[in-house]
Design a binder for this molecule. Structure first.
Ligand code: PLP
Length: 228
């Protein structure tokens, strides 16, 4: 692990150093080198600690890090070494992760509206877990990757307690779930799960619970759709 990470710009600091001290030091270095390039500092130890907390608290839930949040190679490499899964929203992100040595089964193609060429690419490299939220997507997938494992994405319920709402972005309405699942069945596609994004920076844990309950209702609907 260290060998791969050390190739990048990593500095070890004393455990007693504070974050303001580390930032001051970096600024002084920058000034000395007469550089005015932007930089940011990331505490990889903190990422590792949080990953370990997740694994302890949710031993049966595998995290899939959304590459778009911060695709810095040092951070991605660290997450690869920790054994994380990856949520890729584009062909380019899938390529990045495969190049870092991640296997296709550790990736979900989590964009519910994909280009046909990207779905074909996904099929070629074996990334078979992907999301959808509309009929056209199901038809595209059926055309070029009919054996894919699909995750239906739901629109979250509205809440004020997020920094950025996802209520008008991706996801189908709960009412549309039966229609979409029936179509998936008719097209002989395999739906294996449900997904949602509560909104960026959600600071109300009860909203996750509400959303989870909605997901459960959708799973019930899914069972009924398959049975009827
Ligand atoms: C599936 C998925 N995962 C993660 C993200 C990133 O979300 P955030 O900005 O809340 O980290 C998005 C944003 O669109 C998303 O659609």
């Amino acid at each position: 692990m260290a060998a791969q990470l050390l190739k990048s710009d990593i500095n070890f600091v004393k455990p007693e150093s504070t974050i303001p001290e580390v930032i001051d030091h970096k600024i002084r270095d920058h000034v000395q080198q007469k550089s005015d390039d932007a930089f940011y500092i990331c505490d990889l130890g903190d990422v590792t600690r949080k990953y370990k907390v997740w694994k302890r608290v949710f031993p049966r839930i595998k995290p899939f890090y959304a590459v778009k949040c911060n695709p810095d190679p040092v951070l991605l490499n660290l997450l690869v070494q920790l054994g994380c899964g990856f949520d890729c929203a584009s062909k380019a992100e899938i390529q990045t992760m495969l190049a870092l040595g991640v296997t296709a089964d550790q990736i979900i193609y989590a964009h519910p509206c994909k280009q046909v060429s990207s779905i074909c690419y996904s099929q070629k490299v074996g990334v078979d877990l992907m999301t959808f939220d509309n009929e056209a997507e199901l038809r595209k997938i059926q055309r070029c990757f009919p054996t894919a494992s699909l995750v239906i994405r739901l629109l979250p319920q509205p809440t004020e307690k997020v920094r950025w709402t996802m209520c008008d972005k991706f996801g189908c309405k709960a009412d549309d779930v039966p229609k979409l699942l029936s179509l998936a069945q008719e097209l002989e596609l395999k739906v294996v799960g449900v997904s949602f994004h509560v909104g960026t920076g959600c600071y109300d844990p009860s909203h996750f619970v509400r959303q989870w309950k909605m997901q459960e209702r959708c799973l019930m609907l899914a069972c009924l759709t398959v049975l009827t």
